[in-house]
Design a protein around this ligand. Structure first.
Ligand SMILES: Cc1cc2nc3c(=O)[nH]c(=O)nc-3n(C[C@H](O)[C@H](O)[C@H](O)COP(=O)(O)O)c2cc1C
Length: 293
């Protein structure tokens, strides 16, 4: 069996999850090829039995780069299994609607959804989670991924529950797709900048240029926040959303990181529910996880 996992990751969370998924499938004797959507649409589908698409949720939708990638894929001669992997900063069920459009584009190309998974990872925008929360999120995701992969390889179909009128609802929130065009041009660099140009080199749409000592931000911003999140001097202002900016990689290995006071109760109920459900599953299948990891 061969699986091709195509992923887009703005700031690393989805890459971390997609890589873990790939490793877990390999442990189950599946041939896995990982493709970073940053590198374009040139993918080889020969002998592929399952296509996986992984993305971070942006305003209850899949990022436009993922939608464009899907549109460029050729129609397959035979039906091919599709699995979708999403990461997001919160476990709200509303996030499930993010794959509606992607799913229908891929269905027209003969990719039929059989499995869909959603893993909560720390926010890269809106507010910063504590390292202890990031640690717990990753601990849960990395332990349930082998179980999810085992189900998938055994042919068990898993789908997320959607709200009624999901496509309409998702369409209403698709602000990132047009918002990036306007907001992207409002990005600015402040005096802390040391001109390392890491942002220029890493932008997935080559939207940032540096000419005559000045940075220019074009209209092809995806709002993936890779530039501002990774800026070593926290020197990039992200337009209208600057108050929601998060800067600096998370430490996923620090269980004792102090809890954020300001957002202690934000979506508390849904996080508790997410952890309780998954930690219970991990406990119940401890031996199975050890055997397949
Ligand atoms: C523009 C933008 C919009 C986002 N919208 C949502 C959202 O609607 N729901 C959510 O739970 N998380 C949202 N997030 C958080 C990301 O989905 C989350 O942090 C994700 O794990 C980031 O993955 P990445 O590191 O692969 O880019 C948003 C992040 C950005 C940058």
């Amino acid at each position: 069996m061969k699986a091709l996992i195509c992923y887009f990751s703005g700031t690393g969370n989805t890459k971390k999850v997609a890589t873990c998924f790939g490793e877990a499938l390999k442990n189950l004797k599946v041939d896995v090829v990982l493709h970073n959507i940053d590198d374009g649409c040139n993918v080889d589908f020969s002998d592929v039995d399952m296509l996986g698409v992984a993305y971070p949720i942006h305003a209850f939708n899949a990022p436009s780069i993922v939608i464009d990638f899907a549109k460029k894929l050729k129609k397959q001669e035979r039906e091919t299994r599709l699995f979708i992997i999403k990461t997001s900063g919160e476990p709200l069920a509303l996030n499930n609607i993010s794959s509606c459009k992607l799913k229908s584009i891929l269905k027209k190309r003969n990719f039929v959804l059989t499995n869909e998974y959603h893993y909560v990872m720390p926010y890269n925008m809106i507010f910063r989670h504590s390292d202890s929360m990031a640690y717990r999120m990753w601990k849960v995701a990395s332990q349930i991924i082998p179980l999810d992969c085992k189900d998938m390889v055994d042919g068990k179909s898993v789908k997320l529950r959607y709200f009624p009128f999901s496509r309409v609802l998702a369409g209403m929130f698709r602000i990132e797709h047009w918002g990036g065009r306007f907001n992207g041009k409002k990005y600015k660099v402040n005096e802390n900048c040391v001109h390392c140009q890491m942002c220029v080199k890493r932008c997935p749409t080559h939207n940032i240029t540096f000419e005559n000592g000045e940075f220019h931000f074009g209209k092809n911003c995806l709002m993936c926040v890779r530039c501002s999140f990774n800026c070593p001097k926290n020197a990039i202002k992200i337009g209208w959303f600057d108050k929601w900016k998060v800067n600096g990689a998370y430490n996923f290995n620090n269980p004792d990181g102090t809890e954020q006071k300001t957002h202690k109760n934000y979506c508390k109920h849904s996080y508790n529910k997410y952890f309780a459900k998954n930690e219970k599953r991990i406990e119940a299948f401890k031996d199975k996880i050890d055997a397949i990891s």
